[in-house]
Write a protein that binds this ligand. Structure first.
Ligand SMILES: C[S@@+](CC[C@H](N)C(=O)[O-])C[C@H]1O[C@@H](n2cnc3c(N)ncnc32)[C@H](O)[C@@H]1O
Length: 392
């Protein structure tokens, strides 16, 4: 029997076409942005340029003249909101291009808040994008093994820039609601990295002293930030939270424990063994405030992103900290519910839970995961949990 030309498949092709269309669009966006950062386009357009001036610049970089192509590239950047295009007067045909506030702030290498080194995944994790471009080779080679002491000194520089763009202020403004935080005299910033959180917390009380605990290689970097932003009330303590104890960092000023232990995105921050060491080093009535990603709370609409984060997460491994399969989790990591339960068992009372992306307190929902999820728009699942030690 011959085939019927009028026969159609049971399922329409739209979904598969969109999948490839989106993928190819993403690919082109990625390479255009990468190109612009490589050639400092946003620095060039920090001051307005005519199209002719941009054309001259383009050819000087060694690119073949192609006016129409260049016009379309500029148009794509206009669509991204990264540059604006305008006429200066009604009588002139000259079109001007200029970087927008957004790209001036984050994509100009001379800006204090430049995210160039932290934003793009192809810079963030070294050759992360190359691992995708050569996916078959990557999978054949196995995961990239990274030593924490070599990885983190670089990462914390990016994290410093990222947190200064808003997260640090958001975190401190939330923590300021707690009297115990404001009056804390002895502070420990565990896995503080750049130490900016510890430094900001020390600003809250002129009588406070803050120690930033981190790996020895990282503490060398921390000292530079303390010099830049800090005061003589902030110092570093080098150590490894898997092998060292925080009680050993106490001194005669706070022999009973720290008034405040803070931690942000600490790879051991959801690990019961490390949490127990923190609990042990917290003074009675002292506070433990921990900012962590709890990926089980990520909203369903980010499920595709989460799946891809999971692939990235498992493309590299640390030498000292074993990972779990879900992104941002390590061996023995607790879920948000497991974490709050664990703290309560250790004699802590949960004072507050703050959903960073929602920018709101969700404490009242703490023991009702479904309610919490229902309200959440979480993309990363980042929460600050503030707990007070009420019994030893
Ligand atoms: C993701 S960074 C977080 C930095 C900073 N707290 C922030 O939120 O921007 C993780 C930090 O944990 C530190 N770290 C990782 N493993 C550690 C260990 N075993 N002992 C002490 N610090 C460690 C890293 O050096 C790094 O500074």
């Amino acid at each position: 029997m011959s085939k019927n030309v009028m026969e159609t498949p049971k399922i329409e092709p739209e979904q598969i076409e969109n999948l490839f269309e989106d993928a190819y669009l993403g690919l082109r966006k990625f390479f255009l942005l990468s190109f612009c950062l490589k050639y400092n386009v946003f620095e060039l357009l920090d001051t307005q340029k005519t199209f002719n001036e941009i054309e001259v610049w383009y050819e000087k970089q060694g690119f073949q003249p192609n006016k129409n192509l260049l016009l379309n590239m500029l148009d794509a950047l206009v669509q991204f909101g990264l540059i604006k295009v305008y006429h200066e007067s009604y009588s002139s045909d000259d079109i001007f291009y200029k970087a927008t506030e957004l790209s001036k702030t984050y994509l100009n290498p001379n800006s204090e808040f430049s995210k160039i080194n932290s934003l793009a995944p192809f810079y963030t994790y070294g050759e992360r994008a190359n691992r995708w471009i050569n996916l078959d080779e990557t999978l054949k080679a196995g995961e990239l093994k990274t030593e924490e002491g070599a990885f983190f000194p670089d990462i914390i520089k990016r994290m410093a820039i990222d947190c200064r763009a808003g997260e640090l202020q958001l975190t401190i403004n939330y923590l300021k609601h707690f009297e115990e935080v404001k009056s804390a005299k002895s502070i420990l910033d565990v896995a503080g990295g750049h130490g900016l959180y510890g430094i900001a917390l020390s600003y809250l009380n002129e009588d406070s002293k803050c120690k930033v605990f981190d790996l020895p290689e990282v503490c060398e970097e921390t000292k530079k930030y303390i010099e830049e932003y800090g005061s003589d009330r902030v110092s570093t303590v080098s150590g490894n939270f898997f092998t060292d104890n925080f009680v050993d960092t106490l001194d005669s000023n706070n022999s009973e424990g720290y008034d405040l232990i803070f931690s942000s995105y600490n790879p051991g921050g959801k690990n019961p063994a490390v949490i127990d060491k923190i609990c042990e080093a917290t003074a009675l009535n002292g506070i433990f405030a921990n900012k962590q990603a709890f990926p089980e709370t990520i909203d369903k609409k980010y499920a595709v992103k989460k799946a891809f984060e999971g692939i990235d997460w498992n493309m590299f491994s640390f030498t000292g900290t074993k990972k779990e399969k879900i992104c941002y989790t390590f061996e023995n990591s607790l879920t948000l519910d497991g974490y709050t339960n664990h703290l309560e068992k250790k004699g802590f009372k949960i004072l507050g839970i703050f959903a960073l992306e929602d920018k709101k307190s969700v404490k009242e929902d703490a023991h009702h995961a479904n309610v919490r999820k229902h309200h959440s728009k979480m993309k990363m699942g980042n929460y600050i949990v503030v707990a007070k030690k009420v019994r030893n």
